[in-house]
Design a binder for this molecule. Structure first.
Ligand SMILES: [Zn+2]
Length: 99
């Protein structure tokens, strides 16, 4: 290989690497955008039926109840917090959900 050919090859490889890097950045941004879009789309929506969730705050335990299927959803640590309630507290919490 002549020196000029080697130089052309080197430049082509560099250009390819730069373009590849730009494309990879685009993919990364798209993935982040998609994540944000999905978060906005599903925020406070029931994972089963898609209807809106209504938040009930009882003794700092925030319980989300579906306005459609009436399913009850808990955030991280809330099941544990509920398990620590006295029986009377648990009854009060359950009575909030009664029709
Ligand atoms: Zn639901």
């Amino acid at each position: 290989m002549k020196p000029s050919e080697r130089e052309a090859e080197f430049i082509a490889k560099m250009e390819f690497d730069q373009k590849k890097k730009i494309e990879e950045e685009k993919h990364k941004k798209l993935a982040e955008k998609e994540k944000t879009r999905l978060q906005e789309l599903h925020f406070m929506k029931c994972p089963k039926c898609g209807m809106g969730l209504v938040e009930i705050d009882y003794k700092s335990i925030k319980v989300d109840r579906c306005s459609g299927c009436e399913g009850i959803w808990l955030d991280y640590g809330e099941l544990y917090a509920i398990s620590k309630l006295e029986k009377s507290g648990l009854d009060k919490l359950l009575s909030i959900f009664k029709k």
